[in-house]
Write a protein that binds this ligand. Sequence first.
Ligand code: FES
Ligand code: FES
Length: 212
Amino acid sequence: MPTLIQMELSRRELLASSATTVAVAGVAKEVRAAGARGKELQNTTEVTFKVNGDPQRLTLDNRTTLLDALREHLHLTGTKKGCDHGQCGACTVIVDGRRINSCLSLAVMHDGNKITTIEGLGQPGNLHPMQAAFIKHDGFQCGYCTPGQICSSVAVLEEITANIPSHVTENLMQQATVTAEEIRERMSGNICRCGAYSNILDAIHEVAGVPA
Ligand code: FES
Ligand code: FES
């Protein structure tokens, strides 16, 4: 049978341990909240790049694609979202001189890059020769694939000039040339559901200065 003194001690211990439990729970809650805040902060990154010659600074969710950064954050809606899976080429832009599918690339990977979209190639009244050639040769119908087709076409001619071989380049020891086969191969990632392919080919030939 516990004495009165022993019972009093037990009661004090119980109160002390309850207070400790409440304090620990409070601290744990704070830690969880700080963790969530920290996680939130870690989920975003500041990225700076030049788009069509203009410096841009964005704080983006790390999962933002370059395509979404251009369209949703910079409101450059000329670049189109087709499949969002790297299969249609509608989202093609030029990054540091190389064409890429912007739907497959995270914006945070492009810190410091120079990005050119269809808006940067030319504007009404001051069209890029490739844009003018697409109009002249009727290289589009609905126009949805066209910004990607034009960005890709411009970069394709630069690739050939730089003597970068393609899958169909026969002689790797010689300068690559503009042929229909080379253009078809290099443009094969740009799909046109309207089927304007032959006119697109004519437009690219014209800009290259080579008869189709
Ligand atoms: Fe990027 Fe189709 S939207 S490849
Ligand atoms: Fe319509 Fe190419 S012009 S998809």
